[in-house]
Design a protein around this ligand. Structure first.
Ligand code: GDP
Ligand code: MG
Length: 478
């Protein structure tokens, strides 16, 4: 729980309330006269697959030939779908056209990583079916897709922490992780009570950031504060120039006191505005999770993914946090879909196991809370299918594999990632117990290039279960 700690906090509290109230008012005033809007949040840690997901989803909603499981597409209720200017002028637009042409070029390539929030409005003309079909004409439904880094959700936990609590936890987490021991050793030689020296502060922040980056690259998920990995235009600013230090009483003007102040500033100027201005407006949410990538990185990475997901899910339980309760004002995210991405790395005979592992990863977090009534589901998806399935002869009988073009060599290869267990506990238990390696199996991963696509008219890019995901997320509103 967050305590009211001083005048600054009270002011920002009032600002939060005013922001929500003014907005709430304009919502009510204009609601009956405007078309329905669904704000769909798309999140996931970096490289989870957000950009590819949004690009393929939008392309497949515009050309609906591959969307049989989306009811409104199958029945023909969706007449047309088209892009429109988004409602928020200050949020960067999701660069749909550029990403789609990259993915569907004669020599397709993956889009570059994105490091900030972006938005896209897709509007659909929908002809109501059933009782209303005869009386009412087609109506327009807008889907505002908001792409934001999952790392930013991890930051919610910071709001409940003091600088000392955060420092202690961050130093403990760093131990044994890539670059972490170096940072801990560096800090051991630092006296946080000495007067602040800005070059020294910068070195500490840079070294701590480098450690977070290395850990992320090695497959760790919980690498917060989120803006340290994805700084955008804040790179180098004082609000990101802090790092964990040994806890003690920091005198006035000392390094420790200044880092404490900047930590509070990070919470106030970065974390809170994101939740207030963006997160609190989301109606439906998809959380993309690279479960296969974490399994490949090993038990420690898988357990870290589990705990990061538990913290991310904390953001969807407004009742748990005074700040969230205030900004949500009784609203809630109505549906949350957890999607294991890149399922085209697996033959479909293994998709049920992948989905079961995804469900189990989230179970602990789900059991602790009811998500205040939000409906949740887990699925295995591939936003862009890069492989075809094959069954090949193998020394122990036949083997279900996938075949695709490798990213680094450009060669075609058949690939079998290893047998995922039917019981998710066979992975999650050793992960929780901190095993260094998987005991009875080795899970490999290959990076496939997007395959050149020949599309029939009316078809979007090939995918796995995007239509099912769309049906869950907003099918009920079409
Ligand atoms: N095989 C396959 N790879 C994918 C898929 N989606 C994403 N990827 C891979 O994951 C990388 C990161 O995806 P991206 O959408 O940029 O992730 P973001 O950082 O969450 O936006 C891509 O460059 C691809 O290599 C998919 O559906 N199938
Ligand atoms: Mg992206």
């Amino acid at each position: 729980m967050e305590a009211v700690k001083g005048p600054v906090l009270v002011i920002s509290t009032i600002a939060d309330q005013i922001a929500r109230t003014v907005e709430g008012m304009s919502d009510t005033l204009s609601a009956p006269f405007t078309d329905p809007v669904i704000r769909l949040g798309v999140t996931g840690l970096s490289r989870a697959g957000k950009t590819v997901f949004i690009t393929s989803l939008v392309a497949n909603l515009m050309d609906r030939g591959r969307m049989p499981q989306l009811e409104a597409a199958a029945t023909g209720a969706i007449r047309t779908a088209y892009l429109q200017p988004q409602p928020d002028d200050t949020v960067p637009r999701f660069n749909f056209e550029a990403y789609l042409s990259q993915l569907t070029a004669p020599e397709p390539s993956w889009p570059n990583g994105t490091r900030q929030i972006s938005e896209l409005r897709l509007s659909m003309r929908v002809q109501p079916s059933g009782l209303l079909a005869g009386i009412s004409g087609p109506r327009t439904v807008h889907i505002d897709i908001v792409d934001y880094p999952g790392e930013w959700l991890l930051d919610l936990g910071l709001l409940d922490q003091t600088y000392a609590e955060w420092s202690e936890a961050a130093l403990a987490r760093a131990k044994g992780r890539p670059g972490g021991d170096d940072y801990v050793a560096l800090v051991a030689g630092v006296d946080p009570t000495v007067p602040l020296d800005e070059p020294e502060a910068l070195v500490l922040a840079e070294r701590f950031t480098a450690h977070l980056q290395e850990a992320r690259e090695a497959g760790f998920s919980d690498c917060s504060p989120g803006r340290f990995l994805l700084p955008g235009d804040l790179a180098g600013s004082p609000v990101l120039t802090f790092a964990p230090l040994p806890t003690t009483r920091y005198p006035r003007g000392s390094l420790g006191r200044e880092f404490e102040r900047r930590f509070e500033s990070y919470k106030r100027n970065i974390v809170r505005p994101f939740f207030r201005d963006h997160f609190a407006k989301i109606d439906r949410q998809i959380v993309l999770v690279d479960v296969l990538g974490a399994i490949h990185a090993g038990p420690v990475a898988l357990d870290d993914l589990r705990s990061a997901m538990a913290r991310i899910l904390g953001a969807f339980r407004p009742g748990r946090n005074a700040f969230l309760t205030r900004i949500f004002q009784g609203r809630q995210v109505e549906k949350i879909l957890f999607a294991a991405t890149k399922a085209d790395h697996l033959h479909h005979s293994q998709h049920p196991q992948l989905t079961a592992i995804t469900e189990a990863l989230l179970r602990e977090a789900k059991d602790r809370a009811d998500f205040a009534g939000a409906q949740t589901a887990a699925m295995s998806v591939a936003a862009l299918r890069t492989t075809v399935e094959e069954t090949v002869d193998h020394k122990d009988g036949s083997l279900d594999v996938v075949r695709g073009r490798l990213l680094d060599t450009n060669k075609q290869a058949a690939f079998y990632p290893g047998k995922l267990p039917d019981d998710p506990a066979h992975l999650l238990t050793p992960a929780r117990e901190g095993s260094d390696t998987w005991l009875d199996a080795d899970y490999s991963i290959m990076n496939f290039a997007p395959a050149p696509i020949t599309r029939r008219p009316g078809d979007g890019p090939p995918h796995i279960r995007l239509d099912k995901a769309a049906q869950f997320l907003f099918g009920d509103r079409l």
